[in-house]
Design a protein around this ligand. Structure first.
Ligand code: KIV
Length: 255
């Protein structure tokens, strides 16, 4: 087992919740590093919060590489995860080439939005020892309109599909699973069914950790999702807001 996989599974074994925040530049990377955030994600949410677009679809591989390089500047304590943007993992050759470019920028683990058509790519990554986070539930890269932004896994068919996908991904050997907008009871069931750590965004508190878009947390996103929480509202400054998120997720001084 790789050191990273071991490190991630150890969070779950010792029942320590994982904190994950997005980041796109070196100034915030320093704050997140000092705040001991476990995973820092260079997310393709940069399409909205950096580029001001409606969705993630315009984000390119070069942009993710550039922002990963910026964020890696202060990487000392955190695990650096980066999104594979839309069209960057359509087949195994292109996916492996792009993932390796990210690993060259000190990225520790790449994230892909998983659909059944990506099965071979995921298997190829595992064979090539490219650490991988599989993102399931709401998939922003697949999303065509606002109606796609909803809770997934409420009905029996979707519930079974997501549970089956999560178990399959574990059996192939992904390092971590991210659930976005998954029904909280289902998210809890998936989390309890796997030894693989499961982190969630908008998926309730029953996962092994929580993810948030940094700009939602500090109240500067134009359209923050309903489930996000502005931690700056009750904090005096950005480092304090991040510490409050960290403490809340880790269950420290939680009222
Ligand atoms: O791009 C991103 O910020 C993400 C999170 C919403 C999980 O993928």
């Amino acid at each position: 087992m790789s050191n990273l996989k071991n490190k991630l599974q150890n969070f779950k074994k010792r029942k320590e919740q994982i904190t994950c925040l997005t980041c796109y530049d070196s100034s915030f990377s320093k704050i997140l590093n000092d705040s001991k955030i476990d995973i820092v994600l260079v997310g393709d949410s940069l399409g909205m919060v950096i580029k001001g677009k409606e969705n993630t679809h315009s984000v390119t591989m070069d942009e993710i590489l550039y922002h990963s390089k910026c964020v890696s500047t202060y990487k000392e304590n955190f695990i650096l995860m980066a999104d594979m943007p839309i069209n960057s993992y359509d087949n195994i050759d292109i996916a492996t080439l792009n993932a390796k470019k990210l690993l060259e920028q000190e990225v520790d683990i790449v994230k892909v939005e998983y659909q059944d058509k990506h099965f071979e790519v995921i298997k190829g990554f595992v064979n090539a020892k490219i650490p991988i986070c599989a993102h399931i539930g709401y998939l922003p890269q697949k999303s065509k309109n606002e109606e796609d932004i909803r809770i997934y896994g409420k009905d029996k068919k979707e519930k079974e599909k997501l549970l089956k996908q999560a178990k399959l991904l574990e059996s192939i050997g992904v390092d971590i699973i991210l659930l976005e907008c998954v029904d909280s009871d289902l998210a809890n069931t998936i989390t309890r069914s796997l030894i693989t750590p499961v982190i969630g965004i908008g998926s309730g508190e029953g996962c092994d950790g929580q993810v948030q878009v940094l700009y939602d947390l500090i109240g500067v996103s134009k359209n923050p999702p309903k489930f996000s929480k502005n931690y700056l509202a009750n904090g005096n400054n950005i480092p304090e807001a991040i510490r409050n998120f960290y403490n809340y997720v880790k269950g420290i001084n939680r009222k």
